[in-house]
Design a protein around this ligand. Structure first.
Ligand code: PLP
Length: 449
């Protein structure tokens, strides 16, 4: 039985006519129409299977039966808003609390990463009574107006930087201002934030928050140097501000070794606010802000109710609980550690054979392969990255995306059930395509001579 209601061309034509054109498709020249999915696989209208290296949202695997069953059962029983007393919201908050440091023990449930970051901004500004925000260069924190304002990745292309927003250098030890050869990049990059705070103070302004992803993704899968976050938190807190860790992409064991990305910075570091989203509901819109009693208390003290119609409803919380159960039962964090290490190892070996690979980095199943046309100059190989993505889709039925300021970083963030064999297949195919591209580049050079 056909699973689609329209022919592919009809769907495409209707989409062009009815859906805002700024909502872009993957592979816009020849989009893939997906009609069903399971685990780490997507299936198109002809039942062609694609290996999915893109869908970090479908964290425990597409349409995981435990998650869909939990959602359907709760949907069949009751779905209300969180103004009625219900077990699911408190049981879920309690489970999340067990994964976090003790001081992050108050929760607000929302429906998207953007809503979570917008609320984090309000919490920080209310608690500190300051306005200004420091963000990392190239960051993206969401699509609401407040978040476009604190997302250099977006505001650079739009109205520009607001006077209350300050941009710190991305702590990128591959191509940033301090690199692998620096004796203490964590301290050096943290000091750039200290300098920025001093500059803000000289203008008579005050810092409410520092926002950063625990492993900047849109920035190009950047691993924060050790010691960076704790030092920045010290500087920001001394200025009366708070540290917001955006775990929308990096949370729920994605990075393998730790349940939360910020934990990679060591036990001595704990943010004041953590925002989470994407993987939390395995595709169901579910997101959250976790914070301290003091920050939540200041938010309550303004006397205004926080009401979110859908946030924390019984169905969303049933889904969230089921996702946590699957992560535990199937040891998906362990799988991310093992398969991610294997993937990084294979890609690193590939780097010895392909000049086009400038850097391999990441943690768990959150891995970046940076392509460059010149290793010394680190010139971004943007077109080649796009070509690899296209050929992987067309020739091998593997879906991979690109990221980074120059879109030259191939990004792997598959469902967490991604296997060793999946990793090996993806690397073999990349190897073949890069070999091909290098051979044709060489031929072009020869022809030029
Ligand atoms: C780091 C980060 N924060 C926040 C968001 C916004 O989340 P959402 O799209 O669920 O609103 C995103 C989305 O891509 C993100 O990558």
């Amino acid at each position: 039985m056909a699973l689609d209601k329209l022919k592919k061309e009809e769907t495409l034509a209707m989409r062009k006519r009815l859906i805002g054109q700024s909502c872009r498709l993957f592979y816009s020249d020849d989009p893939v129409k997906i009609v069903r999915a399971r685990g780490q696989y997507l299936f198109d209208e002809k039942d062609q299977r694609y290996l999915d290296c893109i869908s970090n949202v479908h964290h425990v695997g597409h349409c995981h039966p435990s998650v869909t069953k939990a959602a359907a059962a709760q949907m069949d029983l009751l779905n209300t808003n969180s103004r009625f007393l219900h077990d699911n919201i408190v049981l879920y908050a309690d489970r999340l609390s067990a994964t976090l440091p003790e001081r992050l023990c108050v929760f607000y449930f929302v429906n998207s990463g953007s809503e979570a970051n917008d609320l984090a901004l309000r919490l920080a500004q209310q608690y500190t009574q300051h306005e200004d925000v420091i963000v990392l260069d190239h960051a993206y924190h969401g699509h609401l107006k407040s978040l476009i304002d604190i997302s250099p990745y977006k505001f650079r292309k739009l109205a520009g930087q607001k006077e209350w927003v300050h941009v710190a250098p991305l702590p990128d030890t591959y191509r940033g201002i301090y690199r692998e050869n620096h004796p203490n990049p964590g301290q050096a990059y943290a000091d750039t934030v200290k300098d920025l705070i001093e500059e803000v103070h000289r203008k008579g302004r005050k810092i409410s928050a520092f926002f950063a992803e625990s492993l900047p993704s849109v920035g190009g899968q950047i691993i924060l140097p050790q010691g960076y976050s704790a030092k920045v938190a010290d500087y920001v807190r001394s200025a009366g501000g708070v540290f917001v860790a955006d775990e929308v992409q990096t949370g729920f064991g994605r990075l393998g070794s730790h349940f939360w990305g910020f934990q990679q910075q060591g036990e001595c570091f704990c943010p004041d606010i953590v925002t989470m989203g994407k993987p939390m509901g395995n595709g169901h819109p579910l997101a959250c802000v976790a914070t301290t009693v003091e920050i939540a208390g200041a938010f309550t003290a303004n006397g205004v109710e926080y009401f979110n119609t859908f946030g924390g409803n019984p169905v969303s919380c049933a889904v969230g609980l089921a996702v946590l159960d699957v992560i535990e039962k199937e040891d998906l964090t362990g799988n991310a550690t093992r398969v991610g290490a294997h993937l990084i190892d294979l890609l690193t070996k590939l780097q010895t054979r392909h000049q086009l690979i400038g850097d391999v980095r990441g943690a768990g199943l959150f891995v970046g392969l940076e392509l460059v046309t010149d290793r010394e100059k680190k010139t971004p190989a943007t077109e080649t990255a796009a070509l690899v993505v296209k050929r992987l889709k067309e020739e091998d039925k593997i879906c991979v995306s690109t990221d980074g300021p120059w879109e030259n970083v191939l990004k792997f963030k598959p469902p967490m059930c991604f296997s060793m064999e999946d990793a090996e297949l993806a690397v073999q195919c990349i190897d073949r395509i890069l070999t091909d591209i290098e051979a044709s580049d060489l031929k072009l050079e020869k022809d030029d001579i």
